[in-house]
Design a protein around this ligand. Structure first.
Ligand code: NAP
Length: 253
């Protein structure tokens, strides 16, 4: 990365582990200071990520909030701007997956997944927009999923939530572009995290996923970091409203 990330600050939601943690560390390596968010119960892990970022010579601040609750999100954004001075980029990464069939899916499970994955992305973005518009600069990176384009059995509500994130992002890009703000999605494939293991329950399953992936391996959280740094930086200044697969060339029919 060139010097354009110097002094830049990124907020990454759900960054105590998995893809969020890898993105936060990748952004720190690229020169960003970080505001780290996760839910209260992840305080110990989030503190460890903060220490890892500080060890890289970057500033790191922790703001706990449940991204699906508007009051908590509003407080988080206020606290983040006060602590870091400003926010240049946000990575809406916090997400959940509760596997269940359409027939057995409970209303609460549908609501929980849509609330965190789709509404959380909307709430955090909405809370940050006045700040980004005032500065006439912003990079919004929403973590969707190839599941939002293709989907797999037992994930109809998850697929719906990620399709919602992509639709939201396409319209958002059009509404905010004139103010120097870009909005894009990353669509990870099968990434080995606690959530990703839901798709990797047995060896046959793993072999199946590897077999239909051009690069013949599963993704690691770090594989998502580079594309996130690209979309959070000025290297992607003329890219907006897009949904980029980060899936090793997985072919889903
Ligand atoms: P993960 O390992 O489960 O990490 C997600 C993090 O988000 C957890 O620390 C989680 O905390 C936190 N979180 C959950 N609900 C939250 C809320 N309401 N507010 C704030 N933080 C919250 O998952 P991951 O695999 O890294 O996934 C990260 C993102 O990538 C998600 O949006 C996911 O849908 C997407 N993705 C993942 C894959 C994959 O294969 N792993 C593929 C495509 C897309 P708790 O654990 O305490 O709930």
């Amino acid at each position: 990365m060139d010097g354009s990330t110097k002094g830049r600050v990124a907020l990454v939601t759900g960054s105590s582990r998995g893809i969020g943690r890898a993105i936060a560390l990748g952004l720190a390596d690229a020169g960003f200071d970080l505001v780290l968010n996760d839910i209260d119960r992840q305080a110990v892990f989030l503190a460890a990520v903060k220490a890892e970022i500080e060890a890289r010579g970057r500033r790191a601040f922790v703001v706990h909030a449940d991204v699906s609750r508007k009051a908590e999100v509003t407080a988080m954004v206020t606290e983040a701007i006060a602590a870091a001075g400003h926010i240049d980029a946000v990575v809406n990464n916090a997400g959940i997956l509760i596997a269940n069939s359409v027939e057995d899916l409970e209303e609460e499970q549908w609501d929980a997944v849509l609330d965190v994955n789709a509404k959380g992305t909307f709430l955090v973005t909405q809370a940050l927009l006045p700040h980004m518009r005032a500065r006439r600069y912003g990079r919004i990176v929403n973590i969707a999923s190839i599941g939002g384009k293709h989907g797999a059995p037992l994930q109809a509500h998850y697929s719906a939530s990620k399709a919602a994130v992509m639709g939201f992002t396409r319209v958002l890009a059009q509404e905010v572009g004139a103010n120097g703000i870009t909005a894009n999605c990353l669509c990870p494939g099968i990434i080995v995290t606690d959530m990703g293991r839901t798709n990797l329950s047995d060896k046959a399953n793993v072999a199946k996923w590897v077999d239909i992936t051009a690069l013949r391996r599963l993704g690691q959280p770090e594989d998502v970091a580079g594309p996130a740094v690209f979309l959070a930086s000025d290297a992607s200044a003329f890219v907006t409203g897009q949904s980029l697969n980060v899936c090793g060339g997985i072919v889903l029919s």
